[in-house]
Each structure stands twice: as structure tokens, then as C-alpha cells.
Design a protein around this ligand. Structure first.
Ligand SMILES: [Zn+2]
Ligand SMILES: [Zn+2]
Ligand SMILES: [Zn+2]
Length: 216
């Protein structure tokens, strides 16, 4: 303590005190800066959170609208289907009527003759509309090659159900005669249904439409 070296040491300690205080003040200042930064970051996070919430709200909105739109779309396509169904029904009904309305006691082969006459009279009219209609009708039926693949059954009276008359020509099935037993339960002579299928793919007696695969 009494030598110059000791004084120097004390002096140096005394001199260090303010320096340490300065350092801790600096540290406090640094903490203050950090706190400000943390606050700033927290504010930024809050801001971003708010933006996220807004975006989420917008997304929810859009999802709701999207749902509504797809519901509308489904409704519309359902309506379209219904309308198409109705169109088919009307077409089928108008086409169907001539066959079921034939009286049961019609002589054999009258129905095909009427159809042939119709076609002849169509030939007399030489308008584009008729040609167009014929083309559509040709496309509607099966091809001769397809029809040749159709599987027919041999009619056996005892094994058959209620239907004993062909619904096209209104005449009886006879034993071992080739006939077609459609999945809609309607039955027809081979010759009768072959002629029909050249023009249509539906059952002559009901709206059921057939794919070739169901007939072979
Ligand atoms: Zn119908
Ligand atoms: Zn028949
Ligand atoms: Zn049928």
C-alpha cells in the first residue's frame, strides 16, 4: 500500500470503477436496444398475424363461394340431365306409341308392311330434311354385323313366363322358334326384333336402351 506499486494498483482499481459502471450502463443500453428490437419484432409478428388472419378470412370466403358455385353447377347439370331425360321420354313415347297401340287381332305381318310404306313415302319426298332424318335413324340402330352377334333363345312354351305374344307383330311364339328375351323382360321374334334393331337400340315396348354387349 505504501509503495508506489501499491498506489498504482489502487489507482488503477479506482480508475476501473467508472469504466465498469460505463460498461454496465452500456449493457443496460444494449438491453434497452434489444427490448426495443423485441418489441419491434413482436409488433411485426402481430402485424403479420393480422395479415394472415385477413388472408384466412378471404380464403374462407373464397372457399364458401367455391362451394356455392359447385352446388349451383351440380344443380344446373341435374336440371340439364332432367331436361335431357324428358326429351328422351317424349321422343321415345312418340316413337313407342304406334307399336303398343296396335290391336291384338292385327293380322300377321301388318306392322312391318306399314313401316315399309312409310319409308317408300319418305323416298317420294326428296327433301334434305328427310335425308337428314334417315341418316340419324340409320346411326341409331345396330349394324347388320352387330345384329348377327345377338344371342337368341329357342322358345319353349312350358319354360316361358306370361308373355306368349311377340310385342312387335302380336302373334304367338311357337315351340322352338328363335326369340329374344330382353333384360326389360320384353320378348320378340328374332325376325321382328332384328328389323327393329336396324333402326333403334331401345326396346320397342319400353324406354330401355340396349348396348350390344348386353345382347350378345
Ligand atoms: Zn320415360
Ligand atoms: Zn314378332
Ligand atoms: Zn322392354
Amino acid at each position: 500500500m505504501f509503495d508506489a506499486g501499491g498506489l498504482l494498483v489502487i489507482n488503477s482499481i479506482n480508475q476501473q470503477k467508472p469504466q465498469m459502471q460505463n460498461a454496465s450502463q452500456r449493457n443496460n443500453a444494449n438491453y434497452g436496444d434489444d427490448n426495443a428490437k423485441v418489441e419491434q419484432l413482436q409488433n411485426m409478428i402481430k402485424q403479420m398475424q393480422k395479415q394472415l388472419d385477413e388472408k384466412q378470412t378471404r380464403i374462407d370466403d373464397l372457399l364458401r363461394k367455391n362451394n356455392q358455385l359447385s352446388k349451383d353447377k351440380n344443380n344446373l347439370s341435374q336440371k340439364l340431365q332432367d331436361q335431357q331425360q324428358q326429351c328422351k321420354c317424349q321422343k321415345q313415347q312418340s316413337k313407342q306409341e304406334p307399336v303398343p297401340q296396335q290391336p291384338k287381332e292385327t293380322p300377321k305381318q301388318q306392322a312391318p308392311k306399314i313401316e315399309e310404306k312409310k319409308e317408300e313415302s319418305d323416298d317420294d319426298e326428296d327433301t334434305g330434311a328427310v335425308v337428314q332424318r334417315k341418316r340419324v335413324m340409320i346411326q341409331r340402330g345396330f349394324t347388320a354385323a352387330d345384329i348377327s352377334k345377338i344371342k337368341f333363345k329357342d322358345y319353349i312354351e312350358s319354360a316361358d313366363g306370361q308373355q306368349t305374344l311377340c310385342l312387335i307383330c302380336n302373334s304367338k311364339f311357337t315351340e322352338n322358334q328363335k326369340y329374344l328375351d330382353l333384360q326389360c323382360t320384353h320378348k320378340f321374334h328374332k325376325k321382328c326384333i332384328e328389323a327393329w334393331f336396324m333402326r333403334e337400340r331401345k326396346c320397342p315396348s319400353c324406354p330401355r336402351v340396349y348396348d350390344l354387349l348386353e345382347l350378345i
